[in-house]
Design a binder for this molecule. Structure first.
Ligand code: ES4
Ligand code: ZN
Length: 327
């Protein structure tokens, strides 16, 4: 239909995608062959058949299995280059990509291997497809605060390649305040700060409050549970906090969310963006498909879709001169 041409052609920015979550089954097989991993004997369909999740822990189990296939600098290059090539074809002009260095360093892959491969892919993809990208380093919230601190120290030689820090993985029992010191260090080093406040987590309202009031989060990744608390809604509105909404995991983890929550966020005056999250594990729902899910779920008008897409360029961690080239 004509409206899908509209979504395809729309200039887009993505603010919530986990690079390791863009690993498609086809690339998994290539990496498994390259690195002598038993998964090399599976077909893409067999790999996909194992992809069912119903909550954050069951998703993370899948995601962590895939992460182990990434070994060499070339592996990280191929992962990042494939994602950027794919979304450039969807008219994504700019993307801020999360990566999870601790999932690699804890199994013996050097921090430098990870970031060097990714950075080289970013440069090549910009040259080849014109797509601009930046990196947001996430801390793994079920790992210790000390591990996050060590990771930040490892990142110091590479800070010019990192625009911000985030917080992801298992939220249960792991509030933002656990990482207050490392986020303070990151802010002092001039990095931006965001964090996941995932869907329907234990103590979610306290986590959102801490993110906004105690650890200086400039955005909320997911953050849907803000809707349960008028005082959090008011704070997010006053501070113009952008929400990175991800329609695919919404649909799986909180059925009806795209119908109800997206509209409720808009009605409450929240600034929302639409994003893919982990497209390799989510039926290859990249930006165009994520926008379709949001539009069809919440009955967004074309004007609302345009506004939401512009929100992402406005919320992007880029200079004003670059922003003007997109708007
Ligand atoms: C994630 Cl959706 C989501 N939430 C928390 N951690 C993650 N890591 C990758 N995707
Ligand atoms: Zn996420």
């Amino acid at each position: 239909p004509a409206s899908d041409t509209f979504l395809e052609a729309l200039p887009k920015a993505e603010l919530h995608v986990h690079l390791e979550g863009t690993l498609e089954p086809a690339l998994k097989i290539i990496l498994a062959r390259r690195n002598g991993h038993p998964l090399q004997n599976m077909t893409e369909d067999e790999i996909r058949a194992g992809y069912s999740f119903h909550d954050l822990p069951s998703f993370l189990a899948l995601y962590y299995e895939g992460v182990d296939l990434l070994q060499t600098e070339q592996d990280f290059y191929d992962l990042c280059y494939a994602y950027l090539k794919k979304v450039a074809s969807q008219n994504v002009l700019y993307t801020e990509m999360f990566f999870d260095p601790q999932l690699h360093t804890r199994r013996g892959v050097a921090f430098g291997t990870v970031i060097t491969g990714i950075t080289r892919a970013r440069k090549d993809a910009e040259r080849d497809f014109g797509i601009r990208s930046q990196l947001v380093m996430c801390f793994i919230r079920e790992m210790s605060a000390e591990s996050a601190e060590e990771t930040f120290t490892q990142a110091l030689p590479y800070l010019s390649d990192i625009v911000g820090v985030g917080l992801d993985s298992d939220e249960k029992g792991n509030p933002p305040a656990k990482f207050a010191n490392v986020f303070r260090r990151a802010r002092e080093a001039g990095l931006h700060v965001t964090m996941h406040c995932d869907i329907d987590q234990e103590n979610t309202h306290e986590h959102i409050r801490q993110a906004l009031e105690d650890v200086g989060s400039e955005r909320l990744d997911h953050g849907l549970n803000v809707l349960d608390r008028p005082e959090l809604v008011a704070q997010a509105r006053e501070r113009h906090i952008p929400f990175t909404v991800c329609p695919f995991p919404n649909m799986v983890i909180r059925p009806g969310s795209n119908e109800k929550d997206i509209r409720a966020l808009l009605d409450a005056g929240m600034t929302i963006t639409i994003n893919s999250d982990d497209p390799g594990y989510m039926h290859s729902v990249y930006m165009t498909e994520a926008l379709k899910l949001a539009r069809d779920g919440a009955n967004l008008t074309p004007q609302e879709v345009v506004t939401i897409s512009r929100n992402a360029f406005n919320a992007a961690w880029i200079g004003e001169a670059e922003r003007q080239t997109y708007l």
